[in-house]
Design a protein around this ligand. Structure first.
Ligand SMILES: [Zn+2]
Ligand SMILES: [Zn+2]
Length: 263
């Protein structure tokens, strides 16, 4: 599987440092050019031709930094594609998306609106723990995690490889048990949002700090498993990076916008 990092952060920010600027964008990963895993960044990271190839969007939960790339995608694709883009998530997320975003007030309901022959978006309800196949020979299994709203992480696999995406989470158990038993597991993406100095905020908002990230990763019991950290709040990025450097986890990569991985 080819994974392209469109957004690796928990918000958007232009950071200026001594060696130049870094653009931080909200979470969104493009798999094999047609499957999005979360959609915090989507259209702003892709050409129109690339957007036309997107067939499936998986959402971990309803928070804004995970869904806000969908409306610009729809704006760009009206009249441009013949297929429907499937939006797959838990029923509560699909409902929330139509109630709070595509509600004919904030945005037209492109799950209903014919444009022109069929609706541009098509909902696909997912059930926790149940594997379903999505585009390009890829199967996904949603696994509940521990966040402030109903949230799932995903096991994403094809014939030869699997990887796990945590979604936004605090301390959790089930997804790490699944990780321990997943064959051909090539990597795990785990969120880290705040530095340890903001532990109280991390606990209240049900996120992880570097210390908590290491605790969650070690629950898998595979010390050689590549760990990819993402979802840093950009304003505290430097502090998180310094703490991550002291975790002692050998195969840890901090994801950045523009990176491409082959798993
Ligand atoms: Zn988030
Ligand atoms: Zn969240």
């Amino acid at each position: 599987m080819k994974i392209r990092v469109l957004g690796a952060h928990g918000s958007d920010l232009l950071l200026k440092g001594p060696t130049g600027s870094t653009i931080c964008r909200s979470v969104g990963f493009l798999v094999n050019g047609e499957l999005m895993v979360d959609a915090g960044t989507l259209a702003s990271g892709l050409t129109l031709e690339e957007q036309q190839r997107v067939k499936h969007i998986l959402l971990s939960h309803l928070h804004h930094d995970h869904i806000k790339g969908i409306p610009p995608l729809v704006d760009n694709l009206i009249g441009m594609i013949d297929h429907q883009v499937k939006v797959a998530s838990l029923p509560s997320v699909i409902d929330g998306l139509q109630k709070h975003v595509f509600n004919d007030m904030v945005f037209p309901n492109f799950f209903n609106l014919k444009a022109p022959r069929h609706s541009l978006l098509r909902a696909q309800g997912l059930e926790a723990g149940k594997e379903v196949s999505v585009s390009a020979g890829i199967s996904i299994t949603p696994i509940p995690v521990n966040h402030t709203v109903e949230t799932v992480g995903f096991v994403i696999r094809d014939d030869t490889a699997a990887w796990i995406y945590s979604g936004d989470t605090h301390h959790t158990e089930e997804i790490w048990k699944v990780a321990a038993q997943t064959p051909n597991l090539k990597g795990v993406f785990i969120e880290v949002s705040f530095p340890d100095s903001m532990m109280d905020i991390a606990i209240q908002s049900k996120h992880l700090t570097p210390t908590l990230l290491a605790q969650e990763y070690r629950k898998i019991g595979k010390p050689d498993l590549p760990l990819y950290a993402y979802h840093m709040k950009p304003s505290v990025r430097e502090a998180i990076l310094q703490e991550i450097a002291h975790l002692g986890i050998e195969r840890l990569t901090v994801l950045e916008e523009g990176q491409e991985l082959e798993l």
